[in-house]
Ligand binder design. Structure first.
Ligand code: BG6
Length: 494
């Protein structure tokens, strides 16, 4: 790993505290960073190097894994942290930032390698690259590396995503741009690729001939916590569906890439997005259900409704739940419905993909005791990471009673080297110049192209329903309707 300075814009923000610092600390502790790395926090808060270190020292124990924390590593890690107070929206401040970086280069013997991380409000995503360019902080001389990681949401709709891509591509080469989607950094998400493409037994079944339908669920039992200001402008579709959930669909549905490299992999992802069957307005009304959690009273306590959350408009029509059905119009998946849903304040936190296989063509044991043996495969992304295959077997006894049984595999049995959280994986990849697990410009646009009409209809048609659901439940009942009479959502166990 090269020496480099990681420049975090938004250094006192939530993401930096919760994810970036714990992940960088983890990488540091596991000797995955160059000995002469530095971290330069940028923000408007007037910290000094010292006071910023104190701030991080207080935050780390709240968000890093307790087993990883030890006083010596933390204290050594803090010595690599510096702070520069500036307003990232102030064009004039960038010349001084450049001077500060040069000084830091000398201090740690860094040849001018910079990794910029935009952990700021999305309104700054278009501004910062231009201001970096104004003072030449985007230009690589000789062997230097200058990379930029930008958080989601990348754009608010297709046109703003295109504008952002235009800005980024005019400041950086595509291989310098890392659009992060932390789901791709999860071990179990990457394991979907291993499951599908390191094994011969599943591939013959992995198509419309054997798969009946697919469910993708990513639900959470928390509300929006302190993120009302951000969330109320985003909503579940922008926050979860347009990026994380659709990535899961892509990994489940993509064709095998010919090579395991960034371009081959990302080419196949884009093809899935391009094959998403566009929805008409009528279909949006019936197939895309949005909900918002409402106050729930239980004997023990009251859970606030979304509109009562801090920094949320009391008349907000922002969705905290989305359930939809989509089709991938290609040879492999023609006619197979993919049901996806996400929600805040649901009964549990689970992310999983369920592949439901078609029933046997002839029910040999029909009419006999027991259930039919529908086959399915559950890919558990989190928690209890693993894979469960369900099939029917005969219950011992004189009758032919068929019972569904499970073959379980849990990832913790795999061993392997210690892994940090998804952000640690992606930060390390970016520092190594490995962009396979980051979203390419064409993929972002292809995904927005599919979701744009939904957002437009919600925004422009005041009659589009937004259903309430009491916090702690599985979402509005209307979400069941998109399943039709043939299917039902599989609610994961708590
Ligand atoms: C983030 C969303 O990208 O993903 C959050 O902004 C959401 O709203 C989070 O809670 C879920 O990620 P994870 O890794 O906790 O499942």
């Amino acid at each position: 790993m090269n020496s480099q300075i990681i420049v975090i814009f938004g250094a006192s923000g939530d993401l930096t505290k919760r994810k970036l610092m714990p992940s960088l600390y983890w990488l540091y502790k596991h000797n995955r960073l160059n000995a002469s790395f530095a971290l330069l926090g940028i923000g408007r808060t007037p910290y000094t190097d010292e006071t910023y270190r104190e701030f991080i020292e207080k935050q780390l124990p709240l968000f890093a894994a307790p087993t990883e924390l030890d006083a010596i590593s933390v204290s050594n890690f803090l010595q690599h942290i510096f702070y520069y107070s500036m307003d990232p929206a102030d064009k004039e401040a960038y010349a001084e930032l450049k001077a500060r970086l040069k000084m830091l280069d000398q201090q740690i013997s860094n040849p001018g390698n910079y990794l910029y991380y935009l952990a700021t409000p999305p309104s700054l995503y278009g501004v910062i690259p231009k201001y970096l360019q104004n003072v030449g902080l985007n230009i690589e001389i000789g062997e230097q590396t200058r990379r930029i990681i930008v958080e989601k949401p990348f754009g608010y709709h297709l046109s703003s995503a295109q504008e952002l891509n235009y800005i980024y591509n005019s400041v950086f080469r595509e291989d310098q741009i890392y659009r992060i989607d932390h789901f791709l950094g999860k071990e179990t998400v990457q394991n979907i690729l291993a499951l599908r493409f390191a094994n011969g037994i599943f591939e013959p079944l992995w198509n419309r001939n054997y798969i009946d339908h697919v469910e993708v669920t990513a639900v959470e039992n928390l509300g929006i916590e302190e993120r009302g200001g951000f969330y109320d402008k985003s909503g579940a579709l922008r926050d979860m569906v347009q990026n994380h959930l659709i990535q899961l669909v892509a990994l489940t549905a993509m064709e095998p890439p010919a090579l395991f490299n960034a371009d081959s992999f990302r080419n196949e992802v884009v093809k899935v997005y391009q094959a998403l069957k566009p929805l008409t307005n009528e279909q949006i009304k019936s197939q895309v259900i949005r909900g918002q959690y409402t106050t729930a009273h239980s004997e023990a306590h009251i859970i606030k409704g979304y509109r009562e959350e801090k920094n949320v408009d009391p008349l907000s029509r922002t969705e905290t739940f989305v359930a939809t059905k989509l089709y991938i119009d290609n040879w492999r998946w023609g006619g197979v419905p993919f049901f996806i849903r996400t929600g805040k304040q649901m009964p549990t936190k689970v992310t999983e993909i369920i592949i439901h296989f078609k029933p046997t063509p002839h029910s040999l044991f029909k009419g006999m005791a027991g259930n039919s043996s529908l086959n399915s495969m559950i890919i558990r992304i989190q928690p209890n990471e693993g894979i469960v295959l369900k099939f029917g077997l005969k219950v011992p006894g004189s009758n032919f009673e068929i019972k569904q049984v499970s073959m379980d595999f849990t990832y913790d049995r795999l061993g392997g080297s210690p892994v940090g959280d998804a952000y640690a994986k992606l930060l390390e990849d970016c520092m190594l110049g490995e962009s396979t697990l980051f979203t390419r410009s064409d993929a972002v646009e292809a995904s927005w192209k599919y979701f744009d009409p939904i957002l437009a209809l919600w925004e422009n048609d005041p009659c589009m329903p937004l259903y309430g659901y009491p916090a702690g439940t599985w979402g509005p009942l209307e979400a069941d309707n998109i399943m039709g009479t043939d299917y039902a959502w599989t609610n994961p166990c708590k």
